[in-house]
Ligand binder design. Structure first.
Ligand SMILES: Nc1ncnc2c1ncn2[C@@H]1O[C@H](COP(=O)(O)OP(=O)(O)OP(=O)(O)O)[C@@H](O)[C@H]1O
Length: 132
């Protein structure tokens, strides 16, 4: 009963809990940056794309599309890392099932990265060709 009462007393939005969630999520991003080379490569490419988008005067709608695909690649990379770590927690030896899980999660990142690269080429190639 007591726990129910205290639960009911919670505000609709708790700013301190929101702040904590933000800090925890940021820690996840920073840890992945420190430990995952692929994540660092994708962030580096993100910076290149953002600079190129400004230099080549990409339209707002195209920038929005780029933001969605870049966010998708980075988010999938984070989920892939979480899956890898979960498998490592539960499987310490070589296991075909662990291999399938990790390879499939990596495949998800790969598929979306190819789609992002195609979107990038569709947006940037005409602009780059127009320079010559
Ligand atoms: N326990 C395991 N059993 C079988 N194969 C595994 C196992 N762990 C990893 N592998 C294989 O090795 C590949 C690389 O796994 P690993 O966990 O090293 O990922 P990674 O992409 O190199 O990331 P990280 O360097 O962060 O660990 C996997 O995609 C999978 O094919």
């Amino acid at each position: 009963m007591r726990s129910m009462a205290s639960k009911n007393e919670q505000p609709f939005i708790s700013w301190s809990r929101l702040k904590k969630s933000f800090v925890y999520a940021s820690n996840g991003v920073v840890n992945t940056w420190k430990n995952e080379q692929n994540f660092r490569i994708h962030l580096f490419l993100t910076a290149v794309v953002i600079i190129a988008a400004q230099l080549l005067k990409i339209s707002f709608i195209e920038q929005a599309v780029l933001a969605v695909v870049i966010g998708g690649v980075l988010a999938l990379e984070l989920i892939n890392t979480a899956i890898e770590r979960t498998v490592d927690l539960t499987v310490q030896t070589y296991d075909e099932r662990a291999k399938t899980i990790k390879d499939t999660a990596a495949g998800a990142v790969f598929v979306f990265s190819v789609a992002a690269a195609i979107v990038g080429m569709l947006i940037f190639l005409p602009r780059i060709l127009a320079l010559f």
